[in-house]
Ligand binder design. Structure first.
Ligand SMILES: NC(=O)C1=CN([C@@H]2O[C@H](COP(=O)(O)OP(=O)(O)OC[C@H]3O[C@@H](n4cnc5c(N)ncnc54)[C@H](O)[C@@H]3O)[C@@H](O)[C@H]2O)C=CC1
Ligand SMILES: O=C(CO)COP(=O)(O)O
Length: 322
């Protein structure tokens, strides 16, 4: 039998910490995995103490997932390479804007046959257009990549409220192993081969969530909001997510998104506005902006000073309506 796989979680925000709860418990109870799970923590001081020290002593990420104990076999490590260098499985779960720098630090310093899985929702804009975050990681680190995405609001997952998620993995055996690592009674995993589709849906729904927040902030009804809504993660994100919540406050208060993110999220990061900017560049370069009025409108409001009160206006000339 092969030796137990060592798992490292690269990230320790709201979702990273909820995932640590699951992965720590599963690794401890399954001999296929080493029971110690490293979690890389971007170090900061909270109430005069280092966050890593708080997590390793009190077993709670008091800043990003307060109120939930993490399993004691989850070890917070402040140095990225110390955390990741001996890992057989790397779970990437940081806000997408930081992935480039994190991979540059890891490059050449991890095991070459490590399996990676991205839980990150976002995209990157490469010179040839849209680039998936898993692709960025694969290219920079030269490792096999899968993804995990779903309608999974971190606090609800941590509270063990039932939900479903999808792993996109092209290799059946690896998919089965990753499922064993991630699945619990409350967090049910389906493995599919279409990894790119899983990832792109997870990323783009965040832009729609910002639009849904604008609708709420402007006082529109459920019909208006649903006009921009799809299935599963879209529904969840348009009701319960941070992108929606902050966008609503933006429409109501007139404060900037940066200010509201700081005020309302205590260090957590919105992915929707940045994704809108990346997707905007990609669509513009391809000359197809006019086919995506919702993405265009969200971008214009977030970055070009278009008044949020014109949001619905921007949507009234959808090419499908002509
Ligand atoms: N929170 C949620 O409910 C869910 C989040 N996701 C996705 O997971 C990804 C990570 O989200 P969260 O864990 O919620 O993060 P978060 O929104 O809680 O972000 C805070 C994290 O970013 C870290 N950070 C701040 N500056 C950094 C830097 N310069 N370099 C590296 N890290 C830095 C902080 O230390 C902290 O760990 C995102 O792409 C998000 O869309 C996916 C499903 C659910
Ligand atoms: O991706 C999520 C739920 O599936 C979380 O969305 P928010 O980042 O908007 O909170």
């Amino acid at each position: 039998m092969s030796s137990p796989k060592r798992v490292c979680i690269v990230g320790s925000g709201n979702w990273g910490s909820a995932i640590a709860k699951i992965v720590g418990t599963n690794a401890r109870n399954n001999s296929k995995f080493d029971s110690t799970v490293n979690m890389w923590v971007f170090e900061e001081t909270v109430n005069g103490r280092k966050l890593t020290e708080i997590i390793n002593t009190d077993h709670e990420n008091v800043k990003y997932l307060p109120g939930h104990k993490l399993p004691e076999n989850v070890v917070a490590v402040p140095d990225l390479l110390d955390a990741a260098k001996s890992a057989d499985i790397l779970l990437f779960v940081i806000p997408h804007q930081f992935i480039g720098r994190v991979c540059d630090t890891m490059k050449g310093q991890i095991k070459p046959d490590t399996l990676g899985m991205s839980l990150i929702k976002g995209v990157d804009e490469g010179p040839d257009g849209l680039k998936l975050i898993s692709e960025v990681i694969r290219e920079k680190l030269g490792i096999k990549m899968s993804v995990l995405m779903g309608a999974n609001i971190a606090n609800e997952v941590a509270e063990e409220k039932f939900c479903e998620t999808t792993i996109g993995c092209r290799d059946q055996a690896q998919g089965a192993l990753l499922k064993e690592l991630m699945q619990t009674h409350h967090f049910r995993v389906t493995v599919v081969q279409e990894a790119d589709v899983v990832e792109i849906c997870g990323a783009l729904k965040n832009i729609v969530a910002v639009g849904a927040g604008f609708c709420d902030g402007l006082g529109f009804g459920d019909n208006t909001k649903a006009a921009s809504c799809g299935v599963a993660d879209l529904i969840t994100t348009c009701y319960g997510g941070r992108n929606r919540k902050v966008a609503e406050a933006f429409a109501k208060t007139g404060k900037s998104l940066e200010e509201l993110e700081k005020e309302m999220l205590n260090g957590q990061k919105l992915q929707g506005p940045a994704t809108a900017a990346e997707v905007h560049t990609i669509l513009k370069n391809k000359g197809v902006l006019d086919r995506f009025p919702l993405f265009n409108a969200v971008y214009g409001i977030c970055y070009e000073g278009r008044p949020v009160t014109e949001f619905i206006h921007c949507l009234q000339n959808h090419p499908e309506h002509q």
